[in-house]
Design a protein around this ligand. Sequence first.
Ligand SMILES: Cc1cc2nc3c(=O)[nH]c(=O)nc-3n(C[C@H](O)[C@H](O)[C@H](O)COP(=O)(O)OP(=O)(O)OC[C@H]3O[C@@H](n4cnc5c(N)ncnc54)[C@H](O)[C@@H]3O)c2cc1C
Length: 361
Amino acid sequence: MDLLSLEEPRYLLRMFLQHPLSCLGLARYLPINVGDIARRYISDPELLRFIDIECYCWSVVPANMTPMINAGMVFSDRHYGGVNYPKGGVGQIAQKLVEGLEKAGGTIIYKARVTKILLEKGYAVGVKTISGDIYHARRIVSNATRWDTFGKLLAQEEIPTNEKRWQQRYQKSPSFLSLHMGVKASVLPSQTECHHILLEDWNKMADSEGTIFVSIPTLLDPDLAPHGYHIIHAFTPHWFSDWNGLSPSEYNTRKEASAARIIQRLEKIFPGLDSGLDYLEIGTPRSHRRFLGREDGTYGPIPRRKLLGLLGMPFNSTAIPGLYCVGDSTFPGQGLNAVAFSGFACAHRIAVDLSLTKRQP
Ligand SMILES: Cc1cc2nc3c(=O)[nH]c(=O)nc-3n(C[C@H](O)[C@H](O)[C@H](O)COP(=O)(O)OP(=O)(O)OC[C@H]3O[C@@H](n4cnc5c(N)ncnc54)[C@H](O)[C@@H]3O)c2cc1C
């Protein structure tokens, strides 16, 4: 089945006529969360906790708040496609997209932070960058989070009512504290796996520093580190508010103390980690905000309370004519495959709106 804009009725009709049962199956799961299904068939508390962390590790909420559609994508992708790692590091994904965009005649302007989306008679017509440059276009697409798009790039009085309602349903997830470590290869026991999740107490799964996620990319791609060394990336949820308003020395002290706690816990799976540490870079929620341009460094939107699956997640068009949103603040949410889907769904929606397709993919 092609996956294009779910806002395009002709595409939906065509898909329904071609694959009626698959479409009905997808529609059935749209308002459902993983926990609803799990609790219908499973009563073992340990197994339910395990399903919670299976969801939490990418949705940052437990199973009863995780939409079934996202889980279907993530679980299927993991098991049928396997875990994929881009050789050269994740930056390669962006590099390949740049190559494709330029090949298609596009231009990318780097270090051009947009500070304002320009409206004319309520219609989005352009953007203004931090250097004061103005760009006009027939359609404007924001890849910033909804809190940035509708809280900073547009003035308060320009924010549509439905966006205010969305913010009542969804809140910002926490950000992360990240440890980027260079370690001696001897730190890793033989047959070490690439990915680990460390959680000592189920009740602390969603707390700051409760769950620690670990990736060791050099096990798949040894060229990323000098011979005899590995890279360990360990990260754990942390709230921006715990890092805001600190003096530089308080900030550094907190960074060092948090890193020491994480390293001490990781010693359980990597004995000798502390003494084998060759390099350490610590990223905080402030780093996430600064380098990713995301309000409070958030990982993305999470429901404020249990919602009906993905029904409340907006598609790409917005209440402001000419303005579209894309990325993890749109259907179907966070994760690379989800945001890639929202990207080509948005491109399809715009192509139809500009009559660049025959209203059919
Ligand atoms: C530690 C960590 C681990 C993760 N691991 C995985 C994983 O293993 N698998 C997975 O699928 N997903 C993973 N994710 C999630 C995934 O990275 C995100 O869901 C995804 O990158 C979100 O894509 P996006 O395009 O919506 O936003 P972003 O990736 O944040 O892209 C938005 C872009 O817009 C730019 N921007 C923002 N504001 C402006 C502005 N005003 N002007 C100009 N440019 C602007 C930013 O610089 C950025 O380049 C992880 C995330 C984190 C933080």
